[in-house]
Design a protein around this ligand. Structure first.
Ligand code: SAH
Length: 347
């Protein structure tokens, strides 16, 4: 039994079946044994790979977007440059490299990395040698300044609750102990806002943390100016039960090895959009965003003068990031801006 499963069983013994969001929170972020607390899960040797780990092109275009947005904001002479859940720090390293070529951009920035894993904070520090960065646990700790914020595959890692229509009532899905195993069950819920028109068995996901963090970002942008750029898999609305567990680049049972597998859900961008009101949002696919930011031209520049192997690698990365059967369509890009600000680059 994993250490996290022990903790879960104790909590269930004391308080009864556990809501899914609490289960995910313990699996991912238990201070000692949580998935992100104890390991660096990225890359070929890890459990999964993310866009910035696939190619420098991703971070370079995000850097370009940030610098251009800063220029459009009238080049504020002080602003928060923020990344949520920076993983290994690869994306920010690429952003800062590009940022150097835009006079004044880095000098005006105050860099904040919002990260709750000490293991990953160390990895980020290593990826950003000589960079003056500040680590935070919450967006609310930021100073009152114009804010440019990025997040890649952060929101999918936040805990969700699930509700299911069973006959003519809505119940919350919970985790219970079933002999040697953990199993799904139901409990009564006060959440009634889903309507009775949906078919029997329908599952709806809600992430209180995602909504809270989105509303904190919305408040920052609305009150002090700035913009945010968020990438993740998901859609403009929920799509039923999207809970998935990944270990060693393969899917596994989300209840089988608590704390040892990555647990995620698809992001409901509509929920995020409602939470950032009155800010404006722009939503498109990752493929369309990267294409309109010039990823094909960037790839062409990178392959020039390279050998066959390097060329093949760059072209494979381009395909993976943008093709609709790869990350191009399932992954979305969402920008958050102050209502009335011009349409951001790439949308
Ligand atoms: N952006 C990176 C990593 C994505 S994985 C990349 O694209 O490679 C999710 C990241 O969010 C990890 O760094 C994880 O430790 C962090 N994280 C997850 N939940 C968090 C929370 N509640 N607060 C702060 N960081 C969190």
């Amino acid at each position: 039994m994993t250490p996290v499963e022990n903790i879960i069983r104790e909590e269930i013994a004391a308080g009864g079946p556990m809501p899914l969001d609490r289960y995910m929170e313990l699996c991912l972020s238990h201070p000692v044994h949580g998935y992100y607390m104890a390991r660096d899960p990225f890359g070929a040797a890890g459990d999964f790979t993310t866009a910035p780990e696939i190619s420098q092109m991703f971070g370079e275009l995000v850097g370009l977007w940030l610098a251009q947005t800063w220029i459009n904001l009238g080049r504020p002479n002080q602003f928060n440059l923020v990344e949520l859940g920076p993983g290994r720090g690869t994306l920010m390293a690429d952003v800062l490299r590009v940022g150097q070529s835009v006079p004044g951009f880095l000098d005006a920035s105050r860099l904040y990395l919002v990260e709750n894993s000490d293991t990953l904070r160390s990895a980020q520090q290593e990826s950003l040698p000589g960079v003056q960065a500040n680590w935070l646990s919450h967006v609310t700790e930021l100073q009152d300044l114009p804010t440019l914020l990025i997040a890649n595959e952060f929101f999918d890692a936040l805990p969700v609750a699930q509700y299911q229509k069973v006959g003519d009532v809505w119940l919350e899905r919970v985790i219970r102990v079933d002999g040697d195993n953990l199993a799904f069950g139901h409990r009564k819920t006060a959440e009634l806002g889903f309507g009775m028109a949906l078919p029997d068995g329908t599952i709806v996901e809600r992430s209180a943390s995602a909504r809270r963090i989105a509303s904190e970002i919305g408040a920052l942008v609305n009150d002090h100016g700035g913009a945010a750029l968020i990438f993740d898999y998901g859609d403009a609305q929920g799509s039923g039960d999207t809970l998935q567990a990944v270990r060693g680049h393969a899917y596994t049972d989300p209840l089988a090895e608590p704390g040892l597998a990555d647990l995620t859900t698809h992001v409901n961008f509509g929920d995020l959009a409602r939470a950032v009101e009155p800010c404006a949002i722009f939503l498109t696919t990752q493929g369309q965003f990267l294409a309109s930011m010039g990823i094909a031209e960037r790839a062409e520049t990178l392959v020039r003068g390279k050998g066959d192997e390097a060329r093949a690698q760059i072209n494979a990365a381009l395909h993976r990031l943008t093709h609709e059967d790869e990350m191009g369509r399932l992954f979305k890009a969402m920008a958050i801006t102050r209502a009335g600000d011009p349409k951001p680059l790439g949308f």
